[in-house]
Ligand binder design. Sequence first.
Ligand code: PAF
Length: 301
Amino acid sequence: MEQQPGRSTPIVARSRDELADARRRLTGEVSVVMTMGALHHGHATLIRTARAGADHVIVTIFLNPLQFGPKEDLSRYPRTFDDDLEICAAAGVDVVFAPTPDVVYPDGDPAVLVSAGALGSVLEGRSRPGHFDGVLTVVGKLLHLTGGERAFFGQKDAQQLVLIRRMVRDLDFPVEVVAVPTVREPDGLAMSSRNTYLAPSDREVALCLSRALRAGAAVAVDGPSAVRRGARAVVVEEPLALIDYLVLVHPETLQDVPEWFRGEALLAVAGRVGTTRLIDNFPVLVGPGGGALEVFTGSGP
Ligand code: PAF
């Protein structure tokens, strides 16, 4: 086990044994934050939120090959371990679990996966077949290995959050899933490790995603069509953003909400800017008093 010097520097566990050993030494409530590295301010907020309500925090840094499709370039994903460790140290992390794929998948690709089912084949799942099976499988494994009481996930990956909540509920994982609101750049761009791929001109284009969400949310009092129309009016003005979907869906079923729908819905968008696929979403209250909600607080364990 690499014990880093310094009082607040986390223990770095690379193997299952090292993690188990470090875990045994943590007494009290443990929260877990799972990441694929390339940590940014959004992750730091997740970690700090987790830290605030627990005695200890474990952060996992694992670039999970199972959730990348054959056409998605895993080798291009940013790797910034030393910087990640600094962010973890500053945010008060106790243990960083940073395994290699052979530690997580000692027998190679697992023969049995957690299936995301129908919920995993819409929206992101439509463009990324098998992605959510890979996500749920690794999240399930990391929940077992870290054994935290609470696990924190960003609202930014809304469909992932919905699926993890369902997995935890449907498969009786003894963990509470906590959603943390999306952290944005001052100009509204949702923070993401993928933003590093954006050229300065792409970045300008990318802003149309959050602008569209804001525009849609602003007319939420008028019902679903108004929200969809308001958001679409913004993205059509930006031909360099190739929109994959822009939807107003139920926050648990991820199905389009009908025109009579009133209540919490998810306004979600995905698109390609340059070579980078970006996603964003706003939880929105549709109907009287409507507008953007800070974070989806719907049902779930
Ligand atoms: O959101 C992510 O970074 C990943 O999908 C996760 C949850 C760490 C699983 O690999």
